[in-house]
Design a protein around this ligand. Structure first.
Ligand SMILES: Nc1nc2c(ncn2[C@@H]2O[C@H](COP(=O)(O)OP(=O)(O)OP(=O)(O)O)[C@@H](O)[C@H]2O)c(=O)[nH]1
Ligand SMILES: [Mg+2]
Ligand SMILES: [Mg+2]
Ligand SMILES: [Zn+2]
Length: 422
């Protein structure tokens, strides 16, 4: 491990842990219990009590060197002011930072969940113990994690404060039965009350045990998936004082430094000869931040904000969601036309009633999630194992990239399978 990377462990989260699970099962409340932060800020979200966008929040994990687990574990959300163990008074030790990616559970917002899942190294599958398991989006989100290739799971049996002992046992059995025979068969199940912050130390213990910092090759050309983009200026700021556009997202490989030249693809939509095309953007990284911590270098894992010299009107209001950032000349050409090797699910798992997945047909419109980007395409030719698609919004992805496929069924986009770009 090089020196710079050892330093990075102190400054930035190097792992992204996502939420997954049916609407209202307590994902955002759980992230608040872990981080102290309510990750659903959007005014519409606050009003309606449902998460609409990808939220994120970081926490730092600390431990008491003397006490046994789970009570040895602390997070930023419950850190004693004197930084000493609540049970024995020993000074606490810093362990690491982790980032949480919070996604919506509403069935209408599956595409946002899929974009969030593209940034997850591991996931917390949140299950409301008062409800029978699985609920439709418990199934659909779990399938999404499977499809996207998230292979680390901690199951959260939530709302344990309002169930009887019998119901808690029954719910535990339902969850085990649901996961039987899948890649997550032996995932730990941690009973918690996110609302009352009960047993959160046991959850942190599980994260320490099952979710280490992923091994990565830091010498690869850097790449970041854009999940949010902002204009951070207050209205009325004089032009001479305007800060450049900001991109939020996660580095998926390599590392970025302040001062790096970057390319953003597919970039901006422009009209050319009566046609809409996308043109890449070029700029320089003026700052890097992880939470409030300024960084000189940003490694994979954790949600990172990149300050740029772009006109903030380009990045405002999430305009650049789904873009990919790299060094100029290293990113794949945007694809408007592509051949995809397809693997359809047997059943539509997100609907109340399981339906059979019918084969893809010519002229059918399907939704494609690639990384944090979302596109809609028309099937121009279909075979049982591959289809050709024409896209409205191009995707920036090389051959072999995994894509999630959804189809509209009774007015809802439902996950129906996955594929690989040929
Ligand atoms: N009793 C109890 N209520 C909880 C618990 N966790 C969450 N809730 C409540 O459940 C409701 C939904 O919680 P959220 O955290 O918004 O659920 P969510 O999964 O983020 O919902 P979406 O993002 O819309 O899918 C809120 O009213 C919470 O207060 C818990 O441990 N116990
Ligand atoms: Mg939520
Ligand atoms: Mg809710
Ligand atoms: Zn202690």
């Amino acid at each position: 491990m090089d020196r710079e990377f050892e330093e990075a462990i102190k400054r930035q989260p190097l792992v992204n842990i996502g939420t997954a699970g049916h609407v209202d099962h307590g994902k955002t409340t759980l992230i608040q219990a872990l981080t102290g932060i309510w990750a659903s800020h959007h005014s519409e979200e606050l009003k309606r009590g449902i998460t609409l966008k990808i939220g994120y929040a970081d926490t730092a994990i600390y431990q008491c060197p003397k006490c046994p687990p789970p009570q040895k574990y602390y997070t930023s959300a419950n850190l004693p002011e004197d930084m000493r163990c609540r049970y024995c008074g020993t000074p606490l030790e810093y362990v690491r930072k982790v980032s949480f990616v919070d996604v919506p559970g509403h069935e209408m917002l599956m595409s946002i969940m899929l974009a969030g899942a593209a940034m997850m190294d591991a996931a917390l599958l949140v299950i409301d113990a008062t409800k029978e398991c699985p609920q439709p989006q418990t199934r659909e989100h779990f399938t999404a994690l499977s499809i996207i290739g998230v292979r680390k799971l901690v199951v959260i049996q939530n709302k344990i404060d309002i169930v009887s002992r019998e119901r808690a046992k029954e719910s535990y059995k339902e969850i085990r039965r649901f996961l039987e025979g899948t890649w997550a068969e032996s995932a730990p199940i941690i009973p918690v009350s996110a609302l009352h912050r009960a047993n959160i130390d046991a959850l942190v213990w599980a994260l320490e045990k099952y979710v280490p910092i992923p091994q990565r090759d830091h010498t690869l050309p850097p790449k970041m998936l854009v999940a949010r983009s902002f204009d951070v200026n207050k209205p009325g700021t004089p032009v001479s004082e305007l800060a450049g556009g900001v991109l939020g997202g996660t580095v998926i490989q390599g590392k970025f430094r302040v001062g790096d030249e970057i390319e953003i693809r597919p970039g901006l939509k422009v009209k050319k000869g009566g046609q809409e095309v996308y043109e890449p953007l070029y700029t320089t990284i003026t700052s890097l931040k992880s939470g409030n911590e300024p960084l000189e270098v940003a490694y994979p894992g954790g949600l990172i904000a990149i300050g740029t010299e772009l006109d903030p009107s380009i990045t405002k209001a999430d305009n650049l969601i789904g873009n990919v950032v790299g060094k100029p000349g290293t990113l794949p050409e945007p694809l408007y036309d592509l051949e995809v090797e397809i693997h359809l699910l047997e059943r539509v798992v997100g609907a109340e009633q399981p339906l059979k997945v019918e084969p893809l047909k010519t002229n059918e419109v399907i939704m494609l999630n690639v990384g944090t980007s979302l596109s809609v395409g028309t099937v121009t030719s279909a075979r049982s194992d591959s289809v050709h698609l024409k896209l409205k919004i191009p995707v920036v992805a090389g051959s072999g990239t995994r894509v999630a496929l959804s189809r509209q069924i009774a007015g809802r986009w439902r996950l129906i399978g996955y594929g690989f770009i040929k």
